[in-house]
Design a protein around this ligand. Structure first.
Ligand code: BGP
Length: 493
């Protein structure tokens, strides 16, 4: 069997709000994820709010593709009587030494984590950073270094400081660009020599589907989302510029949620629908990685009467400082049709209909290893920039067997096929794939449902959907399997 390249970056991925817990410890401020309750496969998560003038409380539901405009005069807030999974999560904050040791045992070269922005700037717009927050990540990076693990840092992973949402309506306001760039510069300077790879915004395109969750917007009309995207693009360009000035060794990547759309039939109408749906995702990489707005979106903005709060020099900046590499998440494919009467696929972030050729997991996500090779080819052909799969994996309701172990065959089989697909993309298609960080390498809270039982990890964490459990870490069968895969550089899947 062909091996993966010698310098392939093997590892796993996490996000602060789903993993760290300690949501108010050591000076951390509230972030958007801290006001999100748990949900389930059938019941959406809720974002709770308060009306400061009257004390009235309530919630809006976070259902994919559904509008979530907050009521007038309401601000998102932590409210009594709800369970908020991010407050404790799986407590990486107090388990980082144990967890990094487990990652080292598997042979990780890279550990993707996010810095929680509200640990560094608790309100987002503070004059000075919070030293205790900075110290925490110093300890984490030093621990990684002990084992020769490099960190891959996401600067913003669905955890905008809540104050920025309330005070500025988040990314709709150009002021937030400055706050973000200040934060980015603060951490890039502080961790110079410790962190080489950064990602700006996790799944930047998800702002169009869930503007509050992904980017902290309190409004979700098309103009707000267009402005939000524009301002994030500018923040990304300015971060690339600053990174190269601080240390030419630093590389700043884009992070896109890429779940390619297939047409259900050969009907040209379906083909066109799939093409346009993919264009919507790729708009974000056309700008952030490609450096320019595609013509069709400018036409669309014009037709809808959408006005960006832009300046002519914005476009020079975008062209001059595109992302150094393009990373993406890819769990599944989506299927689209213009024909009525098709079964709608369940639980799928991007929507779409059931693909008759594919099985799904318990949450309705299509199991489709070929989609990685397809996604890699599309992105490589379009941008010719190094690619990195920074999220992929399968959510499974793992159980501890009578022998005390977790026999997660389904996960191993999913990953075997997915890795084979990546290997083909490298060896048969000549694609520059830098690495792979499997999502949720140690069990953590699900972003979509807030559940614990939707588990992705190589390591089981004893915690349930109510936040109860000992937090004990137990390696699953996939832990030993992945260790063997990394040791054999993918020859032994
Ligand atoms: C991506 C997010 C992650 C992660 C993953 C799995 O969209 O970047 O934060 O959670 O999806 O999704 P879920 O947790 O809903 O299963």
């Amino acid at each position: 069997m062909t091996e993966f390249p010698k310098d392939f970056l093997w590892g796993g991925a996490t996000a602060a709000n789903q993993y760290e817990g300690a949501y108010l410890e050591d000076g951390k401020g509230l972030s958007t994820s801290d006001v999100m309750t748990n949900g389930s496969h059938t019941t959406p998560r809720k974002i709770t709010w308060i009306k400061p003038a009257t004390g009235e409380t309530g919630y809006v539901e976070m259902a994919f593709g559904k509008s979530i405009n907050f009521p007038k005069d309401a601000i998102p807030a932590v409210v009594d009587g709800y369970y908020y999974p991010s407050h404790t999560a799986t407590d990486f904050y107090h388990h980082y030494q144990e967890d990094i040791k487990l990652m080292a045992e598997m042979g990780f070269k890279y550990f993707r984590l996010s810095i929680n922005w509200a640990r560094i700037f608790p309100n987002g717009d503070d004059a000075e950073p919070n030293e205790q927050g900075l110290e925490f990540y110093d300890k984490v990076f030093d621990e990684c270094r002990k084992y020769g693990i490099e960190p891959l840092v996401t600067l913003s992973h669905y955890e905008t400081p809540l104050n920025l949402s309330i005070k500025y309506n988040s990314w709709t306001n150009r002021k937030v660009i400055d706050f973000f760039v200040k934060y980015a510069k603060t951490v890039m300077k502080r961790y110079k020599g410790k962190v080489k790879y950064y990602l700006t915004f996790n799944e930047i395109n998800c702002m169009s589907m869930m503007p509050f969750v992904a980017a902290g917007l309190l409004t979700d009309d098309d103009e707000s989302k267009a402005k939000g995207a524009h301002n994030q693009f500018l923040a990304s360009a300015l971060t690339v510029k600053a990174a190269h000035e601080i240390d030419p060794e630093i590389k700043v990547g884009q992070m896109l949620a890429f779940q390619p759309f297939y047409a259900l039939t050969a009907d040209p109408k379906d083909q066109l629908a799939a093409l346009k749906a993919n264009d919507w995702t790729l708009f974000y990489s056309d700008v952030q990685t490609g450096g320019r707005y595609p013509d069709w979106i400018l036409k669309e903005y014009e037709e809808k009467g959408i006005k960006l709060d832009d300046q002519p020099e914005d476009y020079e900046l975008l062209a001059k400082y595109p992302a150094d590499f393009l990373s993406f998440s890819c769990y599944a494919s989506s299927t689209i049709t213009t024909h009525d009467g098709q079964e709608v696929s369940g639980g799928n972030l991007m929507g779409g209909v059931t693909n008759p050729y594919l099985k799904t997991n318990d949450w309705g996500w299509a199991i489709d290893p070929d989609v990685l090779r397809i996604a890699l080819n599309i992105l490589w052909d379009r941008y010719h920039k190094p690619l990195w799969i920074v999220e992929n994996g399968i959510g499974v309701k793992d159980q501890i067997a009578e022998d005390g172990h977790i026999h997660d065959k389904e996960r191993i089989s999913y990953l075997q096929q997915n890795l084979a697909s990546m290997r083909d993309a490298i060896s048969l298609d000549g694609i520059d794939l830098m690495g792979y960080t499997m999502w949720g390498c140690i069990d953590l809270v699900s972003a979509g449902t807030g559940e614990m039982r939707k588990r992705y990890g190589f390591v089981y964490v004893d915690r349930d959907d109510k936040g109860e459990g000992t937090l004990k870490r137990i390696p699953k069968d996939s832990f030993y399997w992945y260790k063997k895969v990394i040791a054999s550089r993918g020859a032994d899947l």
